[in-house]
Design a protein around this ligand. Structure first.
Ligand SMILES: [Zn+2]
Length: 288
């Protein structure tokens, strides 16, 4: 953390600034003025870090390192040891299955998530490739450092576990989606989920990307997006897709959207998480 960012923190919330300042002699927490999302912790945009207590934020903050996420950067590779957990602050990360020369996207992750969170539930080797789709920033922490502080940080442990549960459901639901649902519903679902993850209605995405990552023929993707545009659901200009009518787009999406969005909502609402996740799982199972 720079002196300048410290002065901004101090001016807005002395208790939080103090917690972060105590965390390290050379604090490294990132703050970008003007890029604050609505959360209970306005200086941390990541949904997991934003919900933990100041005490736990101070404990884990000692080890956090701010990093810039450049487009196409690979954060984790399948079958390799994971070195860092990335708490995403902004941008969008694509989680992919890579097998026999084929790549298929199973989920997208934005500021609500942490790349590598599922490994904390056990296991050592990465199963997915995680690639930065839209550039942004993150706080990263060495896996061994996070494992060291987790026993005394019940909140962050709980939030990571809940997020990993929702992400697992997202990946599984994507598998069902690719087999059972048609192109139009899948594209509408992807756009809504990416928009939620990015907290933006503007997505710098190309037809080629959607075609290759969703396993759809490119002419079909173009045809569907043209139809969406004619119906006022989206607008397209030079590689940028902007959502025009979000509610209608959600109605056009397959049932996977509500199942996945519901799982993330439940993960972020700890008091009712068990019931909500159970409800999401029931919806998931009923769609099989
Ligand atoms: Zn679907």
């Amino acid at each position: 953390m720079t002196d300048q960012s410290l002065s901004v923190l101090g001016g807005r919330d002395n208790s939080e600034a103090a917690a972060l300042k105590r965390a390290s002699d050379t604090p490294r927490m990132l703050h970008r003025p003007g890029a604050v999302r609505s959360s209970t912790r306005p200086f941390v945009k990541n949904g997991i870090l934003a919900r933990i207590s100041l005490q736990e934020l101070a404990s884990v903050g000692e080890y956090l390192e701010p990093v810039v996420l450049r487009e196409r950067a690979i954060l984790q590779e399948p079958k390799k040891q994971l070195e860092h957990i990335y708490f995403i602050e902004s941008g969008l990360v694509s989680l992919r299955i890579v097998a026999a020369g084929s790549i298929l996207e199973t989920a997208v992750m934005g500021h609500r998530g942490a790349v590598g969170a599922s490994l904390l539930a056990g296991g050592h080797l990465v199963t997915h490739q995680s690639v930065v789709l839209f550039p942004g920033s993150a706080h990263r922490i060495l896996v061994e450092d996070l494992r060291r502080v987790l026993p005394e940080c019940s909140e962050i442990r709980e939030h990571l576990f809940q997020y990993a549960q929702a992400l697992n459901l997202h990946c599984a639901q994507t598998g069902l989606c690719g087999v059972r649902h048609d192109r139009e519903k899948r594209l509408a679902c992807w756009i809504c989920l990416a928009s939620d993850s990015l907290e933006s209605d503007v997505l710098p995405i190309t037809h080629d990307y959607l075609s290759s990552m969703l396993g759809l023929r490119r002419p079909g993707v173009t045809e569907t997006l043209i139809r969406f545009e004619q119906q006022g659901l989206i607008r397209k200009t030079r590689g940028v897709l902007q959502i025009g009518d979000r509610r209608s787009l959600e109605r056009r999406a397959c049932s996977c959207y509500k199942v996945i969005a519901g799982a993330y909502f439940a993960a972020e609402a700890p008091t009712s998480a068990n019931n909500s996740i159970h409800g999401s799982l029931e919806s998931y199972l009923s769609a099989l």
